[in-house]
Design a protein around this ligand. Structure first.
Ligand code: SF4
Ligand code: SF4
Length: 345
């Protein structure tokens, strides 16, 4: 099913989705674009290249309360925080970010122990993927084609959107997407020519080039195993690193978190907060011992986790080449260049 809406009707489309549930979509903010829960349909803005933060927080919020309790009462009176979700529409997700959800599913629901918070949100969300414009060059930091992700891959989305002149084409990819599309009265049927344009764009997206190198997952996993103890390599590539952790917070496939208790007077809460292997105290043990006190050890961990350990354990690279870590790094550390340099050794 291929439908369309005039771009100028995008606010009406957003308003229709808001009547059915919670809309999370890109909006323009001072620092750039970000996905936010929409309360004013007129703020939805599809004129973005990609967002500063990845959309992972739609399923894995930066801070999330699990349990509330009162210190003066029995632990048996502690209350689990109920999600009580309305249907969520995650609107305008780029194909590389859609791919990241599949990688994150491995950790939150694919290894036997299911994270109910992640799973409920995933099941409750309809993903509107959104193609990059294949007629303009990719941002210089992107390298998703290296990881075999196309600029207009519909796979993983429930509905996939491609902009054509002044229209937005929307194709249902899953039954969930099909049900939703057929309920949106604002949409009209697309023509045969528009169907051709859609298919042509998906094909063009598959041959669209970002920064590219040929990466075989098993070879790169082995390469980083061999390089693990080459301290001079890691010291050189991490020389400027400030351990700020920004690269991990913006990354769609970084999922480290901490669980902590916070109390104010007698009221307590147990919550999950994002954490990062780039932080100095991430591996600080209760004894005071820290196995990764040096910056190079922490950057090595991040790169080897994505490009070696993750492949050995789950068979896939834990990176989608979105380029956010490079764009956001205050000292221009570039994961693509580090992988490229490693491959040449
Ligand atoms: S490591 Fe960098 S390029 Fe890879 S997914 Fe994370 S932010 Fe994107
Ligand atoms: S964003 Fe750059 S400086 Fe900050 S921790 Fe990551 S690599 Fe280091």
């Amino acid at each position: 099913m291929l439908k369309k809406a005039a771009i100028q009707k995008i606010f009406d489309l957003a308003a229709q989705l808001m009547e059915k549930g919670t809309l999370v979509a890109p909006i323009r903010e001072d620092a750039g674009y970000n996905f936010r829960e929409i309360s004013d349909a007129k703020r939805v803005d599809l004129n973005f290249y990609n967002t500063l933060m990845s959309p992972k927080s739609a399923f894995f919020p930066q801070m999330e309360d699990f349990v509330r309790y009162n210190n003066n009462k029995s632990i048996l009176d502690a209350k689990c925080v109920d999600l009580n979700l309305k249907p969520v529409f995650l609107f305008g997700v780029r194909p590389c970010d859609v791919k990241s959800f599949e990688i994150m599913d491995i950790h939150f629901s694919g290894t036997g122990a299911v994270d109910p918070y992640w799973k409920k949100r995933r099941d409750n969300t309809t993903i509107f993927g959104y193609a990059f414009d294949v007629n303009i060059p990719a941002d210089g930091t992107d390298f998703y084609s290296t990881l075999k992700i196309g600029a207009a891959d519909p796979e993983g989305s429930d509905i996939f959107m491609i902009k054509k002149d002044n229209d937005l084409l929307l194709k249902a990819i899953t039954p969930k997407g099909e049900n939703l599309l057929s309920s949106l009265s604002l949409l009209t049927d697309a023509s045969a020519d528009e169907q051709k344009h859609f298919d042509k764009t998906v094909a063009a997206g598959r041959s669209f080039k970002t920064r590219f190198m040929s990466v075989d997952p098993n070879s790169i996993a082995k390469k980083f195993e061999d390089l693990f103890h080459k301290t001079e390599f890691w010291e050189k590539v991490s020389d400027a690193c400030l351990s700020c952790g920004v690269c991990t917070f913006v990354c769609p496939t970084c999922y480290c978190f901490d669980i902590c208790d916070e109390t104010l007077f007698s009221q307590g809460v147990r919550r999950r907060v994002w954490d990062a292997c780039m932080f100095t105290d991430f591996t600080l043990e209760a004894s005071g011992h820290n196995p990764r006190t040096k910056v190079y050890q922490r950057l090595r961990q991040k790169i080897c986790h994505k490009y070696s350990f993750h492949i050995r354990k789950y068979g896939v690279i834990s990176c989608v080449g979105c380029g956010r870590c490079t764009r956001s790094c205050p000292v221009n550390i570039d994961i693509f260049s580090i992988v490229e340099a490693a491959m040449k050794l």
